[in-house]
Design a protein around this ligand. Structure first.
Ligand SMILES: Cc1cc2nc3c(=O)[nH]c(=O)nc-3n(C[C@H](O)[C@H](O)[C@H](O)COP(=O)(O)O)c2cc1C
Length: 326
């Protein structure tokens, strides 16, 4: 399939694996890129720029296809060494960066001078327009359904994607709730030029996480995610568990007075315990409503082939037969 996204990134299929903390390691990024999509290493999961440089080298040894790095800009009192991470990306010869969190304006000159294509992930049309204005090459439009941080506007993709299509000149992919060929065809119909998936890629053979995480996604329905940290204006969609329900009880009890310190036990240092140790009650971890559409753990290659085959059948058989009934 050829879209502005496949052309921009030099990939075979318009399918991107979004940055995922403690999931987006070289193994997954390389598997996605080898299957013809675009795999992304999650920059901040590597504790230092030196470790990111090593992860980039590891990924390069596993694939000769294009891959990228996610750089998430978090509001933080002690920010990570962003200049160091940007330099590691440039020195590592990576040509695609997914930015998220804050607007990447400060880093655009360095990234653009190094010939890097920037896809900015955001959850509103106004942020997408800002990214376009500062020179981003593409947008990942992340709807309210998404796993992780959906922002505070709560606009689902059935509205957000056509709004983005009306407003943007640069190409965009649909992110949040994407699982299969139906998602891809719907996203294309709504104006996107591809899809970005997070949760669906965790439940694959190559995702370097504990099997308990994959089985939790397979077992979950579309009713099993919760929105946490809304009172802190840092809303995150997570899979429910004992710790998440305790966190929500604190939010109800403390109301507007709640602070980040109050919920530290449910959010701090949780990712390694969930993703590596498989301790599924350890705390809040991002997961999309799309878990309700996931019921197996294929290889990345099987998943991507299945998505493309299903999309092709939908377009050329189901939809075409409606236009041209026998
Ligand atoms: C476990 C997990 C961790 C994530 N970590 C990050 C992250 O560190 N940075 C980021 O930009 N997005 C992160 N995301 C969001 C994904 O990149 C993607 O935008 C989102 O999962 C899309 O929604 P979906 O899960 O419905 O496919 C994370 C998502 C999940 C499920």
């Amino acid at each position: 399939m050829k879209t502005r996204i496949t052309e921009l990134f030099g990939i075979q299929h318009p399918i991107i694996q979004g940055g995922m903390h403690h999931v987006g390691l070289a193994e997954l990024a390389a598997a996605v890129s080898n299957a013809g999509g675009l795999g992304l290493i999650t920059g901040l999961t590597q504790r230092t720029p030196e470790l990111l440089a090593r992860e980039i080298a590891r990924c390069r040894a596993m694939t000769d296809k294009p891959f990228g790095v996610n750089l998430t800009f978090l509001p933080s009192v002690n920010p990570p060494d962003y200049p160091g991470y940007v330099q590691a990306i440039i020195d590592g010869g990576v040509k695609i960066v997914e930015t998220a969190g804050n607007n990447p304006q400060k880093w655009m000159p360095a990234l653009k001078n190094a010939g890097i294509k920037v896809i900015h992930k955001c959850t509103s049309v106004r942020h997408a327009l800002k990214a376009e204005a500062i020179g981003c090459d593409a947008i990942s439009v992340d709807g309210f359904e998404c796993g992780g941080h959906p922002g505070e506007d709560d606009v689902p993709n059935f509205i957000l994607l056509p709004r983005a299509a009306q407003a943007l000149k640069i190409p965009f992919v649909a992110s949040g709730g994407m699982a299969d060929g139906r998602s891809l065809v719907a996203a294309l119909a709504l104006g996107a030029e591809g899809i970005n998936m997070g949760t669906r890629f965790i439940a694959t053979q190559e995702a370097p996480v504990h099997d308990n995480v994959k089985q939790a996604i397979v077992a979950a329905s579309e009713l099993d995610t919760r929105l946490v940290m809304r009172p802190l204006r840092n809303t995150e969609r997570v899979l429910t568990n004992v710790a998440v329900e305790r966190l929500l009880a604190k939010e109800r009890e403390l109301g507007a007075a709640i602070t980040f310190e109050d919920i530290l036990p449910e959010v701090a240092g949780v990712y390694p315990r969930i993703m590596q140790q498989g301790d599924m009650q350890a705390g809040a971890w991002s997961c999309g409503m799309v878990a309700g559409l996931i019921d197996d753990v294929p290889t990345v290659e099987q998943l991507i082939t299945r998505i493309m085959d299903q999309a092709q059948a939908l377009i050329s058989a189901r939809l075409a037969s409606m236009l041209h009934p026998a």
